[in-house]
Design a binder for this molecule. Structure first.
Ligand SMILES: [Zn+2]
Ligand SMILES: [Zn+2]
Length: 253
């Protein structure tokens, strides 16, 4: 017993010492601007101030932030008139000029090392969702994109979350079978039609009866995510929640 305790104290001291040595050799850098920071995997104070982290009050379905808290359970107008296919969606921060670099950085091979730090933020923002999930699935990338980039940034985040939470991850549960044209100017219905059939369920995925947590880097119009939810639910998933690193918030939302 005493030896065990002595070992763990020594080990903790070694880890602290090793951490200090690593910080001296490779000074911690801000995840956004690359400036020197106090600890690994953080933002410098000025980048931190620029990012809009999302928290309550927000729409309980889609996670859209509200400006005022009316105290009750709140659902936004859009979710009331046209409910999303997922149960709940949450995101870490708002996708805007200040946070864009963080998200796009994940698409560059030299910055994939940041994914575990982002996964930590996502685990905090999606704590409730993660607690109920029994399977983590990333939004798939088309084969051609995967070939160009060599990795799927959503799968990196999904794997990071799986490691942190112990919830198993199935990176290949969904397969993107068709590359879809840009959806920029399309309306919601058109986007849905455009994506219909573009994503298939891997028949070995075993999603039946499970609470799936779907992972993506950004929630934009929600059309891709909704098509993934349709496919997962079609395969028998009991519930699908969505967790993303960033979320677009349009002034009119
Ligand atoms: Zn910075
Ligand atoms: Zn909503």
């Amino acid at each position: 017993m005493e030896i065990d305790r002595a070992c763990s104290v020594l080990f903790a001291a070694f880890r602290r010492w090793a951490g200090v040595v690593i910080d001296v050799l490779i000074p911690p850098r801000c995840l956004s601007c690359g400036g020197v920071t106090e600890a690994q995997g953080t933002l410098c104070p000025s980048c931190w101030e620029g990012i809009t982290f999302l928290g309550p009050p927000f729409c309980l379905r889609c996670g859209l932030p509200f400006e005022v808290d009316t105290g009750g359970a709140m659902i936004c107008a859009r979710c009331l008139s046209d409910p999303p296919r997922y149960r709940r969606a949450r995101a870490v921060f708002r996708y805007d000029g200040a946070s864009k670099g963080l998200v796009l950085g994940l698409k560059h091979a030299d910055r994939v090392g940041r994914a575990p730090y982002f996964a930590r933020w996502m685990a905090r923002a999606g704590m409730e969702l993660l607690a109920e999930a029994d399977l983590i699935v990333p939004v798939p990338l088309h084969r051609w994109r995967l070939f160009q980039r060599r990795y799927n940034q959503s799968a990196l985040l999904a794997n990071g979350l799986s490691k942190l939470s112990g919830v198993p991850c199935r990176p290949d549960a969904l397969i993107r079978v068709r590359h879809t044209p840009k959806q920029g100017s399309m309306g919601r219905r058109q986007r849905r039609a455009n994506l219909h059939g573009a994503i298939h369920l891997n028949r070995h995925a075993e999603v039946k009866g499970r609470h799936v947590l779907l992972i993506d880097d950004v929630l934009t119009s929600g059309a891709t995510v909704e098509e993934c939810v349709r496919v997962l639910r079609g395969g028998g998933a009991a519930v699908v929640d969505v967790l993303t690193l960033a979320r677009v918030v349009r002034p009119g939302d």
